[in-house]
Design a protein around this ligand. Structure first.
Ligand SMILES: NC(=O)c1ccc[n+]([C@@H]2O[C@H](COP(=O)([O-])OP(=O)(O)OC[C@H]3O[C@@H](n4cnc5c(N)ncnc54)[C@H](OP(=O)(O)O)[C@@H]3O)[C@@H](O)[C@H]2O)c1
Length: 345
């Protein structure tokens, strides 16, 4: 048997400091050294997420510098773990990984020619899924699937408000909630976004630049307010949520796009006995069973067509490409998903 030869160094897009887009550079780094529980992936596509910019700007701390950018990728599985305990683990065996197959991951670092990941975080992608789509769905798909199951489990007939309904996360909420029979109310900032959110399952879409969002939500729900609010915007939407949630409703703070929300007093929850949840998708995806459960749901949604990905734009694997993607997403003008093309095949 011949052992595959890997390059000694690889190209990676890195943050050389905390700051603006100027800290994004292309560096030559050593080929990753996998831990015994890790698998090496040759990356094809990267998915762009808002959290990338939080790390670059220092809103979320980086473990060290320089730091390889990105938190989501698809690619070809190049090696299996070497730890016998992993190889004999029934959960590992059940995944039936094959070197050469398409895999995806929703954890960074990601924007490099090769990455090494703990097996538990490597998703097996079913045959027939486009590698570009495989890179576009792990973070937003798993975030929405876990949140609508565990943070607020919206039921058929519920009214739920989704902020930034035409964004990557927003369109995923619209599709997966409407598939459950939920009345989705979307809030967006442009007429184009109104149409896109409607085409993806939102029953009502409010352009908050042209209409009074709180008044319209209360009209739609006969003054009762919504059962659940999924808020991926943060600071600018925060106060209004308390005027649109119904008694015993749940506000899910997915947070931050418009800035960090101010600290709140728990007393604010008592007027309507509100539930408030601030999830991090990774904390719902800790055990192999949890990852397998949501992994199955994710690819079922993709292959059945329940979840369709709207790609806003493809960007090149260059510092300029990554900077442009991050700046465009941060400007609020994008819709759906932004992806980085890292390799052709
Ligand atoms: N908790 C988790 O585990 C988790 C996981 C994934 C994502 N997230 C969060 O979910 C949110 C959405 O993520 P995404 O990747 O799908 O982004 P996105 O929705 O594609 O982009 C954010 C959207 O937020 C809206 N927005 C309102 N005010 C804004 C402002 N001041 N600056 C920028 N955008 C503003 C814009 O839509 P309108 O113009 O229509 O208002 C914009 O398009 C982000 O806050 C992200 O961090 C959290």
């Amino acid at each position: 048997m011949t052992t595959k030869q890997f390059p000694q160094t690889i190209k990676a897009i890195q943050y050389v400091d905390v700051g603006g887009p100027e800290v994004i550079k292309m560096n030559e780094i050593p080929f990753p050294t996998p831990q015994p529980n890790e698998m090496v992936i040759r990356v094809l596509w990267g998915g762009v997420n808002f959290i990338d910019t939080y790390f670059r700007r220092g809103i979320y701390p980086l473990k060290s510098l320089p730091w390889t950018a990105g938190s989501e990728a698809s690619g070809i599985l190049e090696s299996l773990p070497t730890d016998p305990a992993v190889l004999n683990d029934p959960e590992f065996k059940a995944r039936n990984y094959k070197v050469g197959q398409l895999v995806a991951t929703g954890v960074g670092p990601a924007f490099a020619e090769y990455v090494s990941k703990p097996w538990i975080k490597v998703l097996s992608v079913p045959d027939g899924v486009d590698p570009k789509i495989a890179a576009a769905v792990p973070v937003q798909g798993l975030t929405v699937l876990t949140i609508i199951e565990e943070s607020y489990k919206a039921k058929k007939g519920d009214y739920c408000l989704v902020h930034a309904a035409a964004g990557g996360l927003g369109l995923t909420f619209c599709q997966l909630l409407s598939a459950r029979g939920v009345h989705v109310i979307g809030s967006v900032s442009t007429r184009e976004k109104v149409e896109l959110a409607k085409a993806n399952g939102a029953e009502f879409v409010i352009n908050y630049k042209e209409e009074d969002l709180i008044k319209r939500v209360n009209e739609i729900t006969n003054g009762e307010g919504v059962h659940g609010i999924y808020d991926g915007v943060g600071k600018s939407t925060w106060a209004g949520n308390f005027e649109m949630i119904r008694r015993k409703g749940t506000i899910v703070s997915i947070v931050n796009a418009s800035g960090v929300i101010p600290p709140i007093s728990v007393l604010e929850l008592k007027n309507k006995n509100i539930h408030l949840v601030r999830p991090d998708n990774n904390n719902y995806l800790v055990t192999p069973e949890e990852v397998n459960q949501y992994n199955t749901q994710l690819w079922d949604a993709v292959t059945s067509g329940t979840l369709k990905t709207h790609i806003y734009k493809e960007y090149p694997f260059t510092p300029q490409g990554v900077a442009e993607a991050q700046e465009e997403q941060s400007s609020g003008k994008t819709t759906g998903k932004l992806v980085i093309k890292i390799a052709s095949s």
